[in-house]
Design a binder for this molecule. Structure first.
Ligand code: C5P
Length: 237
């Protein structure tokens, strides 16, 4: 798989997705579908996007008892999506069973979806993690420990901030995948993201793939912004 630029389809309806895609180049894209869109437009949208040649990161962040996550992943694997994810906080047994579910559900002759884990949400501060979640290490120690647990459970990688990539590579090796949101083109509005990175800097920090939402989706010219992101990203290859 080429190191991807994934576009976050943070829309609430199929119509909004179609309107956005009509402004994009007519080529195969890597699209991230999250809870809002999946819960409103369901599997039919995934089938439509796949039939048109797009790749999909289905960002549903499963976190439940191992048996439920295994069965859920078995169902998601049948959608022929390319990346799915879980919360590492569900523990090693849950992550292993998620992988088993994916193996069981992947149709013959098709590559298993990559499975990555969320370590700590980038919206969680160290203070909230320690005081509310009662996790007593530092954010750095926790992200590294959760990434290591994901790797030992057989997962392909993690979702993280680009700024955390070096410490994840230190704990898990360079080949462990890092998918990183929080990306902005220089000069774009930061919005609610706390710490943002340009595509060039994400690449320099070692991100395997980047997730870009509003820098492309809220742009007056989404194709131009997408091409700018890809040019920055691929220049570092
Ligand atoms: O618009 P923006 O580029 O900020 O969108 C980032 C996307 O990545 C959103 O879909 C957001 O939910 C997702 N994401 C994130 N931070 C995480 C995990 C996912 O921003 N830690």
């Amino acid at each position: 798989m080429k190191r991807p630029v994934m576009i976050a389809l943070d829309f609430s309806s199929t119509d909004a997705v179609e309107e956005f895609l009509s402004k994009m180049p007519n080529e195969s894209l890597f699209l991230k579908v999250g809870m809002e869109l999946f819960y409103s437009s369901g599997v039919s949208l995934i089938h439509q996007l796949k039939e048109r040649g797009h790749q999909i990161f289905l960002d549903l962040k499963l976190h439940d008892i191992p048996n439920t996550v295994e069965k859920g992943m078995k169902a998601l694997a049948r959608l022929n999506v390319d990346i799915v994810n879980v919360h590492a906080a569900g523990g090693s047994e849950m992550m292993k069973r998620a992988l088993e579910g994916l193996h069981a559900g992947t149709p013959t002759g098709i590559e298993r979806p990559k499975l990555i884990a969320v370590t700590q949400l980038t919206s969680t501060s160290e203070q909230v993690m320690q005081q509310e979640l009662k996790i007593h290490g530092t954010m750095k120690e926790t992200v590294q420990a959760y990434a290591k647990l994901a790797k030992e459970s057989g997962l392909d990688g993690v979702v993280s901030s680009p700024l955390e990539v070096p410490l994840i590579h230190e704990a898990c090796g360079e080949s462990f995948l890092t998918v990183t949101p929080g990306i902005r083109l220089a000069g774009d509005a930061v919005g609610d993201q706390k710490r943002v990175t340009t595509p060039i800097d994400a690449r320099k920090l070692g991100s395997w793939g980047i997730v870009v939402g509003r820098s492309i989706t809220a742009s007056a010219d989404p194709t131009k912004s997408y091409e700018k992101v890809v040019a920055e990203w691929e220049e570092q290859s």
